[in-house]
Design a protein around this ligand. Structure first.
Ligand SMILES: CC(C)(COP(=O)(O)OP(=O)(O)OC[C@H]1O[C@@H](n2cnc3c(N)ncnc32)[C@H](O)[C@@H]1OP(=O)(O)O)[C@@H](O)C(=O)NCCC(=O)NCCS
Length: 410
């Protein structure tokens, strides 16, 4: 089948968006043309054009900065809006778009690509590995108290949307630099988020906004949430749904959490897309009040340039390991790499030396952000140990705390 792949033009954007609507199941009225124009990077879109000129497939990417273990960042592409129209599915259009897009990302000098997958079977064949899990929690408010009260000082105050808009991006931007797996948020992301559209509310209220200020009056924490209204036999079943909760440090975040469950007439606090090692679990006097309702695959990581990616992060121990990586989708990436590093330095170069470990590029993506141990993948028969003891060394070497967290969907 022949079709052309190229960026969509601004004139074609309404047609491009229409192709995405059916596969994703949303309808024109939910997002306006201006919404898409605001967030999409047009030169990074891919339109698959059939011989009759019709757009039948779409893809795009955001230009991100990704936080890595060691709190350094690397340029990364955030792959998005991947669809193929039902009339043209399973004819290889996705495969062609993926190849085209990875070549483009490599040409832009971004060593890593990221995505969230609508279905988790799709992207392994293109070299993406599951690198970050996300967790959903509920906290029953009846007995929710903290074992250690927050020492944050300062004060919390409800604020207007405009005040939140002024301060929240700065709070987030400082915090995301400490979270492996987090990406920067463009101004356009915030503009879109602040629309607070009715169809994004899931039946809950508009957002409320809270800021935390230190004793000098500087904003160093923020919380955005929605509430639901529901009663059963006259008893409140209201939910407090956290949208955003970030503070400069753990004490400020604990103060924000405390605010969530110290609400009268709230039965349950709901927090989705949080890190799997969320510290509030360990701060609750009665940890059973917190239920993990779901753990899901959040961020898929594709290493494109092994040398650049591996030398950009920092490592849990000072060591040197030779990793043989196999890349079926981009065979030129296959090879042996000596990865050398520690807490404050790293280097990665191709080598002819014998390998300590062999794995696929998928597995290298899984372990890159420290969210999955090499041993877990070894036990699943996905990484092989060649040098005795190398697996244990690799666990310590690639380890990183806190757990990576995908703070921002895209
Ligand atoms: C997912 C989607 C983009 C696939 O497009 P497509 O053009 O039909 O895919 P291709 O024909 O290029 O298939 C490439 C390979 O992926 C596999 N594949 C495609 N979609 C898959 C799916 N949903 N689940 C499992 N495997 C899938 C194909 O079987 C094929 O496998 P092979 O390499 O072993 O032959 C398309 O079905 C779609 O738009 N789905 C709805 C929207 C969506 O889920 N988008 C992804 C957002 S993250």
């Amino acid at each position: 089948m022949t079709f052309e792949l190229r960026p969509t033009t601004d004139d074609e954007l309404p047609l491009f968006i229409r192709v995405m609507e059916d596969p994703f199941g949303f309808h024109g009225g939910e997002h306006t043309l201006e919404d898409f124009r605001g967030v999409l990077e047009l030169d990074r879109t891919i339109a698959a054009i059939d011989t009759d000129g019709a757009i039948v497939g779409t893809a795009g990417a955001f230009t991100f900065e990704l936080t890595l273990p060691g709190n350094l960042t690397v340029a990364a592409a955030g792959v998005t809006i991947v669809t193929v129209h039902a009339t043209h599915r399973r004819r290889g259009i996705l495969r062609s778009m993926m190849r085209h897009q990875l070549d483009d990302i490599a040409a832009r000098g971004e060593p890593v690509a990221l995505l969230t997958a609508s279905e988790s079977l799709i992207y392994g064949r293109f070299g993406y590995g599951l690198g970050v899990l996300g967790a959903n929690y509920t906290i029953a408010t009846d007995h929710a108290t903290l074992i250690r009260p927050p020492t944050a000082g300062g004060r919390l105050r409800l604020c207007t949307k405009e005040e939140f808009e002024e301060h929240a991006p700065g709070v987030y931007d400082r915090r995301r630099r400490q979270i492996p797996g987090a990406v920067n948020r463009a101004d356009t992301w915030w503009t879109d988020w602040l629309h607070d559209r009715e169809h994004d509310r899931g039946g809950a209220s508009e957002r409320w906004h809270v800021l935390h200020e230190n004793d000098a009056g500087e904003v160093d924490g923020m919380l955005a949430y929605r509430r639901t209204r529901d009663t059963e036999h006259g008893l409140s079943r209201n939910q407090f749904r956290i949208d955003e909760l970030y503070g400069r440090d753990d004490e400020i975040e604990a103060a924000l959490w405390q605010y969530t469950f110290e609400h009268d007439l709230i039965h349950t606090v709901v927090a989705k897309g949080r890190p799997v090692d969320e510290p509030i679990r360990w701060r609750l006097a009665d940890p059973r009040q917190l239920t993990t309702t779901d753990v899901v695959d959040d961020l898929w990581v594709r290493i494109i340039d092994v040398e650049a990616a591996m030398s950009a992060r920092r490592y849990g121990t000072t060591d040197r390991l030779v990793v043989e990586a196999h890349d079926e989708f981009r065979p030129a990436t296959s090879g042996r790499y000596a990865i050398e590093g520690g807490a404050d330095h790293a280097a990665c170069t191709r080598t002819d030396e014998p390998a300590d470990l062999t794995m696929g590029i998928v597995e290298l993506g899984c372990i890159y952000l420290g969210g999955v141990t090499p041993t877990a993948l070894h036990r699943a028969r996905r990484i092989d140990e060649i040098t005795p003891g190398a697996m244990q060394r690799a666990d310590a070497f690639f380890a990183s705390t806190p757990s990576p967290w995908m703070t921002t969907g895209f």
